[in-house]
Design a binder for this molecule. Structure first.
Ligand code: KG4
Ligand code: ZN
Length: 392
């Protein structure tokens, strides 16, 4: 255990949540505040970048203030400021990053840059530390980050930090990614086609309980591969494609076609007409025919099966016994249950963050910053946002 408690203020603003949190020594969440913009983007069925930046500007100061108040800390009592550098919407990223830089400068505290997806990986580790203090997840781990903006698989290895047995540095090797839409984006687009509200994931998760997941057969996405290439490594193919790559735009189009060919448009239009405000599962269920419930349940099953199969096949090929799943879609109940069941069968261990830590939050950014703090990996005030920042 490192001797002195280190309190890091994390700031996250990469998409449509303004978030701030204080995490002590990478393991104890002292506060975690998330201001969501769902109500602003709902009527467009997706995030509108200009509106997102404007809302971040409105929220950033009160959200950070509230995070410090809940942690019972004054600004000068934090040891470092961690910010999400990317990837994400550049206008959104800039708000959190600029405010974090200003605080670091004004308070003379170190500034730490964290990759958003690295934050999602740390969310799983942080969750484990909340549930079982002192426990360490065994690495290497095949890690699926699955959200509205990303669907990516990393092989994550852990290196101990000299002199600190409570922290480790991770290295990331990208194994696969989506060739088109992210899985959460497919949920949101299918919900938009069916007028089920925004965001689509939580409502499809709820409504699927009432549908038959085997009613509509969707074909599994086939990833086109070039011939094996010598220069891109054995598991990647020409054009940077991997055999574990995902694709979700086909299923979204298949849902649209199904709605048209089965005369379900009028029903969706009726829901659209009725549906101002927050998606309410009971109300939407009452406004949905059995055919709609079957369609969303079948869509969900197909997406979940695809995510689980590709991740676990990759875990086996890379000989990892641990699987981590994070990002907004990791909150999905069928995804969790399927991973748990399949991992039991294959003799693997799977870990998820809690619902709060699955979706975007700043505790994961503060936790991800802790090993960098210990190794004095600080950013300077020239730090800039990077909308497509790579990892690994
Ligand atoms: O990680 P996140 O908060 O933001 C991004 O980085 O994208 O993820 C948001 C995404 C949305 O697409 C939302 O529909 C999806 O996560 N989501 C879910 C569930 N809860 C949120 N998808 C499926 N099932 C859920 N329960
Ligand atoms: Zn995210």
């Amino acid at each position: 255990m490192s001797q002195i408690a280190t309190r890091i203020l994390g700031i996250e603003s990469s998409c449509d949540e303004t978030a701030a949190a204080v995490v002590e020594s990478g393991e104890r969440i002292l506060s975690s505040v998330v201001a969501s913009q769902f109500d602003i983007h709902r009527k467009y069925g997706g995030v509108v970048p200009e509106l997102a930046s404007r809302e971040h500007l409105r929220q950033i100061v009160p959200v950070v203030r509230e995070a410090l108040e809940q942690a019972h800390l004054a600004y000068r009592e934090v040891d470092a400021i961690a910010v999400t550098q990317g990837p994400g919407l550049v206008g959104s990223l800039l708000v959190g990053l600029t405010y974090g830089k200003s605080l670091a400068w004004a308070l003379s505290k170190p500034l730490i840059a964290v990759h958003h997806l690295e934050g999602h990986v740390h969310a799983v580790v942080l969750e484990e530390k909340q549930k079982h203090p002192g426990a360490m997840i065994p690495f290497p781990a095949m890690t699926l980050v699955v959200s509205g903006g990303h669907t990516v698989l990393y092989f994550v290895e852990s290196q101990p930090l000299a002199g600190h047995d409570d922290a480790a540095c991770f290295s990331y090797q990208k194994i696969a990614q989506t060739q088109d839409d992210a899985a959460g984006e497919a949920y949101d687009k299918v919900a938009k086609i069916l007028a089920l509200g925004y965001p689509g994931g939580p409502i499809i998760d709820r409504l699927s309980e009432f549908g038959d997941p085997n009613k509509v057969a969707f074909t599994r996405a086939v990833i086109k591969r070039g011939p094996p290439a010598d220069d891109t490594g054995p598991r990647f193919h020409r054009g940077g494609r991997s055999r574990y790559d995902f694709s979700f735009s086909g299923i979204k189009t298949a849902v649209l076609r199904y709605v048209r060919t089965h005369g379900m448009e009028a029903e969706a239009e009726e829901r659209r007409r009725m549906g101002a405000g927050k998606p309410d599962a009971e109300r939407l269920r009452a406004l949905s025919s059995q055919a709609t419930l079957d369609l969303v349940a079948s869509f969900q099953k197909s997406v979940v099966d695809d995510l689980v199969t590709r991740t676990l096949d990759a875990a086996e090929e890379y000989d990892t016994r641990t699987v981590l799943v994070s990002g907004g879609v990791a909150a999905n109940r069928l995804l969790r249950a399927t991973f748990e069941q399949e991992c039991r069968i294959r003799g693997l261990r799977v870990h998820f963050p809690s619902r709060h830590l699955s979706t975007d939050n700043a505790a994961m950014i503060a936790a991800g910053a802790y090993p960098k703090f210990l190794s004095r990996n600080f950013a300077d005030l020239e730090l800039n946002a990077d909308a497509s920042l790579p990892l690994g």
